[in-house]
Ligand binder design. Structure first.
Ligand code: ADP
Length: 453
């Protein structure tokens, strides 16, 4: 189902944290209210009883008269009143609104609501020394008066909370925006690449969070690989068309030449020879290219079977001895009975290509050595020559399709098109083998293939 309405991750994060903050603030406020209410009520009650007890201690009789000078009738918001046994007020004033008839009960705290104001009362029946009758002492405290200050603090907190939540949400949004801005940059670059098809663009993120930096670097590497692959494909198409155009141009020119009335039989014969050579070269190129592409794309269904590699390499070397240049000293050292699961014709191609190169890029009276041995479950095939060698830069390029250090050297040979080592590399790859070259300019090269059993 298509989503018509989608919220950005930044907004989601902000809404989520905002809701969380509101929830937390509500819980904290509710707890604050309930706890503070209880604590205040207990404090008020303690103050009320303390003040009244203190005043009760101060109540004295002298000469049959009640001494009330030492009594504090309004202390710590507590009104103290003295009643006779018949509940008649003897001393002390009530809060203005307080006009109810007292219901006196000894050592009991009661609450009374008058005109919306809550009062706590606490009564004590006192039996003073030297006096025959008891007295009632009553303490009265207006709860709301005491709690109003605390309430106003809580109310201030309650009103300021939304402002804090708003500020925190804004902060959260800006932090999210800042955190997500590198991702916006990644998206923007990807979109630019898509729209402009310019694969050379990079995100180039600097000083970002490690995870996002890693993501951006991975993308940049991927863009680079894509660009390289794209460039390689482009180069490949150019090379193919170039390689095909040259022999076809030669063929056309030779056809025209031989069709010319002034051309004699000898000229025509010569032209036909050239046409044949170029046609062979073209046909060779096409078949090599097809095999290479099919191998690279995994389209070639190769048959793998257990083969005696020692025997196979020996046969190839024997054949090559016959066709090897007379000036080359060619030797091979093959450990017998080395078995490998492989595709026979591909392996013949691999060793033949390496050997042809070793002969071709050699020096006068040069040496070529082939060796096959097994070491710790690794089968090592080496083709070594002491020929012209390669520079470090050439060593990295020789595996590319159509790369030739000196194209002029093989211009006359229809077999040499700069595809041999690309094919060798691909054959090694389908056999999960590792291929490498050790080479020094003017000293020679050693191509090494390692097959893993
Ligand atoms: P080519 O058809 O030109 O031989 P290859 O792919 O087989 O193409 O080789 C690519 C290039 O690598 C060659 O043109 C050559 O310059 C270089 N090369 C290959 N083998 C050797 C070698 N044994 N010694 C020196 N250079 C070599």
């Amino acid at each position: 189902m298509k989503r018509y309405f989608s919220i950005s991750a930044k907004l989601k994060l902000t809404i989520w944290s905002c809701l969380l903050m509101i929830l937390m603030a509500s819980i904290v406020t509710a707890l604050m209210f309930s706890f503070s209410g209880n604590i205040i009520a207990n404090n008020i009650k303690t103050t009320l009883t303390q003040v009244l007890d203190d005043n009760a201690d101060e109540l004295e009789f002298e000469d049959g008269r009640l001494e009330i000078e030492d009594i504090d009738f309004f202390k710590k918001s507590v009104y103290t009143l003295i009643y006779s046994q018949d509940k008649e007020r003897i001393a002390g004033n009530l809060p203005d609104e307080f006009n109810s008839e007292p219901q006196l009960k000894d050592k009991v705290i009661a609450d009374i609501i008058i005109d919306g104001t809550t009062y706590y009362t606490y009564d004590r029946l006192v039996f003073p020394e030297d006096y025959p009758k008891p007295f009632w002492l009553r303490g009265v405290i207006a709860v709301d008066e005491v709690t109003s200050a605390t309430n106003s603090i809580l109310q201030t907190a309650l009103f300021s909370l939304p402002i804090f939540i708003l500020l925190a949400s804004l902060g959260c949004y800006f932090i999210a925006k800042h955190t997500f801005s590198p991702i916006d940059k990644i998206i923007l670059t990807a979109e630019q690449i898509e729209n402009s098809e310019n694969l050379s663009l990079r995100i180039n993120l600097q000083n970002s969070d490690p995870e996002i930096q890693k993501l951006s670097n991975t993308f940049d590497k991927m863009f680079e690989r894509l660009e390289n692959a794209f460039e390689a494909e482009k180069q490949f198409s150019q090379n193919v068309s170039h390689e095909l155009r040259t022999p076809i141009a030669v063929i056309l020119a030779q056809c025209e030449y031989s069709l010319d009335r002034s051309a004699n039989d000898k000229d025509r014969q010569e032209a036909l020879n050239i046409i044949q050579k170029q046609a062979k070269k073209t046909s060779n190129l096409i078949s090599e290219l097809l095999t290479l592409i099919r191998l690279e794309r995994g389209l070639e269904s190769l048959e793998f079977m257990q083969i005696d590699l020692s025997e196979l390499i020996t046969i190839v070397c024997e054949e090559q001895t016959i066709i090897a240049p007379q000036t080359i000293d060619f030797n091979y050292e093959i450990t017998p009975n080395i078995m490998l699961r492989a595709n026979q014709s591909m392996l013949i191609r691999l060793i033949t290509n390496l050997l042809n190169n070793a002969f071709r890029y050699n020096k006068e009276n040069g040496k070529v050595n082939v060796s096959l041995r097994e070491d710790n479950q690794i089968i090592i095939l080496e083709v070594k020559d002491n020929g012209i060698g390669l520079t470090p830069d050439q060593k990295t390029k020789i595996w590319q399709r159509f790369y030739q250090v000196d194209p002029a050297r093989s211009a006359d040979n229809s077999q040499n098109m700069g595809l041999g080592l690309a094919m060798v590399k691909q054959i090694a790859k389908v056999h999960k083998a590792k291929i490498s070259v050790i080479s020094e300019l003017g000293q020679g090269s050693c191509f090494r293939v390692e097959f893993f059993k």
